[in-house]
Design a protein around this ligand. Structure first.
Ligand code: TYM
Length: 333
């Protein structure tokens, strides 16, 4: 039997390079191996409700992620592309899972603590339940492989614990889901986060100035890359913004180019203007075909509706079976 794969992205803004390298590239890779893997990719609209959101724009934001999925090359013939809330089985299974997960464990997760710090006015039950719903997203398809960034590892650990408990206590056969690490990334970046353009921490939708969106124009990319903080161009140790710049050079222009520039930094010195301009052009060259496909998709709303409808149907067929099995094993049916 084929192994199942599930991943999801929240509708909190446009996709950026962090999402692209951390999750989307892995999603594409697994989709391309359709003889081995059955792939389910969703927009996590229910998880989007766990932080303050705009109800006027949410629907469009969710649809935009589906369009992004199609534009980057996810193929509805190969992958179920769907919206989480269209498959209510996720919510039902999350409730059953909440009976084997403790409050203490959820409160101690670093991801929960971060969100509490970020939104102290918004410490809701939904936020505490976030990892349980995520475990349900994955296990409702009995998926064993999850292409996500390293920041999601604590949530996968919860999913593995829940799978073990459900298997032990109720005789289920859930796999213990593992993070899929994309091997097409440079060795140093495999399984790591994509850094912020500010030179500190990771690229994130919530940190202004940290990200490049997949929809950014060449001008926008140039101005964002220009702002990566750099120094005089010479020195012995490569740190901060210069290190970030070198990481992007490696991601887009290869290891050799990075080595060459790092040697120059330690020797005769670097001219950042040229390096930044060349890097911006290379980034744009990778994003432009995605942007062209995106524009075409925007003129074909019927196709997007069809993908969303069929994706939900495909997902529900599998999800309903798992939920029926859990109901029975837990003594409800
Ligand atoms: P979200 O929407 O925060 O992020 C989407 C994906 O992008 C990855 N990512 C990064 N990877 C590397 N470097 C970065 N700087 C970077 N920034 C973001 C994230 O790791 C993620 O893979 N909880 C999930 C959504 C979700 C989900 C699921 C994922 C809900 N249910 C079930 C997988 C399976 C999230 O918040 O993603």
């Amino acid at each position: 039997m084929k192994k199942r794969v599930l991943s999801g992205i929240r509708a909190t803004g446009r996709l950026h390079l962090g999402n692209y390298f951390g999750a989307v590239k892995g999603m594409l890779d697994l989709q391309s191996r359709s003889a081995e893997y059955e792939t389910f990719y969703m927009v996590a609209d229910l998880h989007t409700l766990t932080t303050p959101h705009d109800k006027e724009t949410l629907k469009q934001a969710v649809r935009d992620i589906i369009i992004d999925y199609l534009a980057v090359g996810l193929n509805p013939e190969k992958s179920a592309l769907f919206i989480q809330s269209h498959v209510p089985e996720h919510l039902e299974l999350a409730y059953y899972f909440s009976t084997v997960a403790t409050v203490a464990k959820m409160q101690h997760l670093p991801t929960f603590k971060d969100k509490v710090k970020q939104y102290p006015e918004n410490v809701t039950m939904a936020l505490l339940n976030y990892p349980i719903l995520m475990a349900s997203d994955i296990l409702v398809y009995k998926a064993g492989l999850v292409p996500v960034g390293i920041d999601q590892e604590p949530h996968l650990e919860v999913a593995r614990e829940i799978a073990r408990r459900m298997n032990q206590d109720f005789g289920m056969d859930f796999p213990e889901p593992k993070r899929f690490i994309d091997k097409s990334l440079p060795a140093g970046r495999q399984g790591e986060y994509i850094p912020s353009l500010t030179g500190e921490g990771k690229m994130s939708k919530t940190v202004e100035g940290s990200y490049i969106n997949l929809t950014d124009s060449l001008g926008e990319i140039k101005s964002k890359i220009a702002k990566i903080p750099t120094d005089s161009g010479q020195g012995s140790e490569i740190l901060g913004g210069v290190k970030t710049l070198m990481e992007f050079v490696e991601l887009f222009e290869g290891k050799e180019k990075r080595n060459e520039l790092e040697n120059q930094y330690r020797g005769k010195g670097l001219r950042y203007g040229e390096i930044k301009s060349e890097l911006s052009e290379t980034i744009f060259a990778e994003l432009e075909p995605i942007q062209i496909r995106r524009k075409e998709l925007e003129t074909n709303p019927e196709f997007v509706d069809k993908v969303i409808g069929e994706g939900a149907q495909k997902a529900r067929r599998v999800a309903a079976r798992t939920v029926a099995e859990v109901r029975e094993k837990m003594g409800l049916a």
